[in-house]
Design a protein around this ligand. Sequence first.
Ligand code: SAH
Ligand code: SF4
Length: 418
Amino acid sequence: MSDTSSDLSGLMTIPGQVDPVPVARDITPRADGRLDLIGLPRPRICELLAEAGLDQRQAKLRAKQVFHWLYHRGVTDFAAMTDISKAMRPWLAERFVIGRPNIVEAQHSSDGTRKWLLQTDDGHDFEMVFIPDETRGTLCVSSQVGCTLNCTFCHTGTMRLVRNLTPGEIVGQVMLARDALGEWPKGAMDFSDDESAAQYTADGRLLTNIVMMGMGEPLYNFDHVRDALHLVMDGDGLGLSKRRITLSTSGVIPAMERAGEEIGVNLAVSLHAVTKEVRDEIVPLNKKYGIEELLQACADYPGASNARRITFEYVMLKDKNDGDEDARELVRLLKQFNLPAKVNLIPFNPWPGAEYECSTPERIKAFSDIVFEGGISAPVRTPRGRDIDAACGQLKTAAKKKSRAERDREDAAAQAAP
Ligand code: SAH
Ligand code: SF4
């Protein structure tokens, strides 16, 4: 595909219902002129070091060292980079910063789920959720502030798209979660590549999986999501296997093949309905990319196999998409396209003003049984973190409105003060 796409992504039309929005450039200097290195690939760090005055050899070596400290060790201060000469550390700190999304609020649910309300440097709020269970710890990462797509059951869909998150803001969520979970390797801080696996896992990997299921449609922010996930998967970066990463899309067909080829992670597709009428209503993107076309794109998804099945997400909406006939049609469609599929039934998470109700547990069970009898696994996703509104589709930064209003009030109060 076009190799200029990253430069153009800020100007590209975002095919959705909302006008295209200019995207922040990947490298926007801070107010003090320093550049944030988080989100940049190693060759770009090398270029920046060379532009700042290092010769090629030095720039390459330092870029490798800095990259290792950033992504493998998680340091946020150049002073901690002990294999870089003492004189060079302040030189780096004068020119560069190691950023993290700002934390507005961190919440902890009674079931162990954690939610963070985060903020970009230009003041936009977005969210990230961590969901631990017996066998893994899953981080639900946002790709956009808001969403263009307006799915009628989704709280994020009621927000307009504010902007795409940059690669740094996307990978920054993973880094922040590692910070919060205390998961960076400790111990000997010398620069060596032969750190033993035992030493590396000694801190315990609480964060084992990533799902691109936070706010936004990841395939409408393709380049930034791809670049961020490359950093997450880089063996000398965060080092997470592509098998532990899942990208969820509402069905942006033209970007699906590219996602398979250029990112290669597991695919989840928000199907949610089996008839044109219902899917047009609840996932309006269906008017542009219909069900059959979508399932064909899934069948063509590079890397899908019985060992790596595609997940079909299906939100359970009372009297809307939850009938026996819907379940039977779902099985028929998945078989017709010969898809290596599993179905994930998501109980609808209500939010204030939502026009739907969740199907009854009996209905969900009956639906699941029909799909299962059709030979396709159909587990029901247990809602997590409901007490802190961290469940699927509830991410709308409720605190944002409050804090905005509060900030405005504070500003007004500050201005009124003598
Ligand atoms: N935009 C992408 C990824 C983010 S949404 C997508 O739509 O796939 C992650 C999942 O949560 C999607 O399957 C989405 O349809 C689902 N979801 C959204 N709102 C929900 C709600 N209120 N209750 C249950 N699931 C919801
Ligand atoms: Fe956007 Fe996904 Fe919500 Fe639809 S379900 S509005 S695509 S975030």
